[in-house]
Design a protein around this ligand. Sequence first.
Ligand code: AQP
Length: 340
Amino acid sequence: MSETQFTPRVFSGIQPSGGLTLGNYLGAIKRFVDMQGAEFETIYCMVDLHAITAKFIDPATLVRNTRELCAGFIAAGIDPQQSILFNQSQVPEHAQLAWIFNCVARMGWMQRMTQFKDKAGKNAQNESLGLFAYPALMAADILIYHATHVPVGEDQRQHLELTRDIAAKFNHDYGVEFFPITEPVIEGAATRVMSLRDGTKKMSKSDASDMSRINMTDDADAIATKIRKARTDPEPLPSELDGLDDRPEARNLVNIFAALADSSPEAVISEHGGQQFSAFKPVLADLAVAKLSPMSGEMSRLMADPAEIDRILAHGAEQARELTAPILKRTYEIVGMVGA
Ligand code: AQP
């Protein structure tokens, strides 16, 4: 099979590690919705096996997080009729291929992963083996579908490079062209949404401060308060884009505005350049509320019927397994597993 024969197929996932931030929405989910449609088959996953790598999650909480994430995907515009939508653990081929990839990836490659270093900090010896091996499972998540395109935020770029290295080494070692060399899709105005408290740190669901992020379930008051209190410098917005260099907090708010408005940072600056933050922030808050409130309302409605969410996930998993079973079988044959 040559690379040119791969069906254009999109895969991406999000961890049900609790809550969804504006960063997850603008950097990932909104992009997932944009890619849904004629050009690609789209496959979107709640990666629950990843969610247990960083810290212990109480089982009932993990169940709730997974359903809430599914509700968030649907509320944001992922249509289970158009996209395959499921949770990772219902499709065992992800973990089975991950084992093969654990044996393809090199220790040196894994030790270079900055996300592990960031998450483990000085405490690496006490982290789980799963957190260290996470990028090999992520490569399996993608390649078990022969996915050609993966929309993600900027923070995932290095993991996608590793996915390409794993595919290339597997193909080379076994003398095949079986796995595609996947393209990362890191596009839009908000590929890296920063914390509202510190413009040098990524907005993250696990940040200790709730004021650092906007959650997709925040109400209008909470969104307005968080934006009003977002850290900024005392200068007005510049009249040229270059004026945002060395002003990470200002740049972050401009990028968020552009992404929410489906516009560009240039257009935001040409409209709002010269304004004080006291004028810009309320307009941004109104825009954020207008975009996010309908989604949080729809999420609550969907969460009221967990059985329906479970049904959607089970159906998606069934569709997913139709794709993964033959790819795993062929992988095992290539590797030399008897009975594959
Ligand atoms: N701040 C962000 N800006 C743009 N994109 C982001 N993503 C996450 N944060 C931002 C994108 O969301 C997708 C799913 O991420 P994930 O939940 O699987 O893990 P993460 O990247 O570790 O996200 P968080 O919010 O920081 O989670 P925790 O706190 O649990 O580690 C990815 O495409 C990611 O790029």
